[in-house]
Design a protein around this ligand. Structure first.
Ligand code: CA
Length: 337
């Protein structure tokens, strides 16, 4: 139905059995290439009936853990290892991924603020539309692996959205436990935020699990391991991987929640950010989180930012140079249903 209205065409047939790799072709007529297209890598492994899964990374191009974990998984799996179908979209915002940026260098589009997209819009809007209206309706599950990107470093975390539906919530928690990251968290849907992949999945009735794995514009051994081991366990738990695929037992994950604005700390001024706590630290309400130094007027007393509530530090800003309004930290607190 909606398939015919996207300008993006797929080199691979998602209904064919076996393993296929190729590109989604996004027509892009520019000065250096009149009839060219942007080659977004895509792969599909199908083996009969079973769970239909979209494995997505590179939604933000400067988040590398998922892009590498899914590439390794794609090369490792043969059709016999799969039950149902895995679609790999390893660098979803491909122009952003090739630039190592959160957003697209072509249209500045942030893919995770571009859903439901527009088949006649800019490059990023076209990718969003294709994911929401072509790929998601063919899937039961989507795993969208994120990390802190260039500006934040996270305690490696699995995450899901809080759902009013109890059964849906329980299935989400089971996925987090199977993924088995050091911590997991359940996030409230941000008020009025319907432009994310998470919101797109909800609109299409697709079960979503995400992550915030490390970040800082780099790749840590611990974050990559959490991604690689976690995705295999999560896929096994939904019946998408055969017993032939080796998995490691899930470590205990500490399930937290992230709720209102008081979980976040923002820079009160522009300057140089001196962190006073690290990811994983436990903090109390009123505790100083960081100090902003004024290198344009170094005789001025620095400004302090404090935590508004107690909690576990889930992420921390990485660049020292900071503008007013930049997120410095956010917290998690023990999950309550
Ligand atoms: Ca992200």
């Amino acid at each position: 139905m909606a398939t015919s209205t996207s300008r993006i065409t797929s080199e691979i047939d998602f209904n064919r059995e076996g393993k296929q790799v190729g590109f989604l072709r996004l027509p892009h007529s520019v000065h250096r290439s009149a009839y060219g297209w942007i080659p977004i890598p895509v792969a599909c492994i199908k083996n009969g009936e079973g769970p239909r899964v979209l494995l997505m990374a590179g939604n933000h191009g400067d988040e590398y853990e998922g892009q590498i974990a899914f590439a390794n998984l794609l090369r490792a799996l043969s059709p016999d290892d799969v039950r149902g179908r895995l679609i790999f979209l390893t660098s979803a915002n491909f122009p952003a991924a090739m630039a190592g940026m959160r957003t697209s260098p072509i249209d500045q589009g942030n893919l995770n603020r571009s859903f439901p997209g527009d088949p006649d819009g800019g490059v990023t809007a076209q990718i969003a539309w294709y994911i929401e209206h072509v790929l998601l309706p063919q899937c039961d599950h989507v795993f969208d692996l994120h990390s802190g990107g260039s500006s934040l470093m996270y305690l490696p975390s699995g995450l899901c959205r809080r759902h009013a539906d109890r059964q849906w919530m329980e299935r989400s928690l089971e996925l987090l436990m199977a993924f088995g990251a050091p911590v997991s968290y359940v996030a409230d849907a941000p008020q009025g935020e319907d432009r994310t992949l998470t919101a797109a999945a909800a609109r299409q009735g697709v079960m979503h699990m995400g992550s915030e794995l490390g970040g800082g514009g780099t790749l840590t051994i611990a974050a990559l391991r959490a991604a690689q081991d976690g995705i295999r366990r999560a896929l096994r738990s939904i019946g998408a991987l055969a017993d032939t695929v080796a998995i490691t037992p899930a470590p205990q994950t500490n399930i937290l929640q992230v709720r209102g604005a008081d979980y976040f700390v923002y820079a009160p001024e522009a300057g140089l950010f001196e962190p006073l706590v690290d990811v994983g630290d436990e903090v109390v309400a009123g505790q100083k989180a960081g100090i902003i130094h004024f290198h344009d007027t170094p005789w001025r007393e620095p400004a302090a930012a404090a935590f508004q509530r107690a909690g576990t530090v889930l992420c921390k800003r990485m660049p020292c140079r900071t503008e007013r309004g930049d997120c410095l930290y956010h917290l998690g607190t023990p999950f309550q249903a």
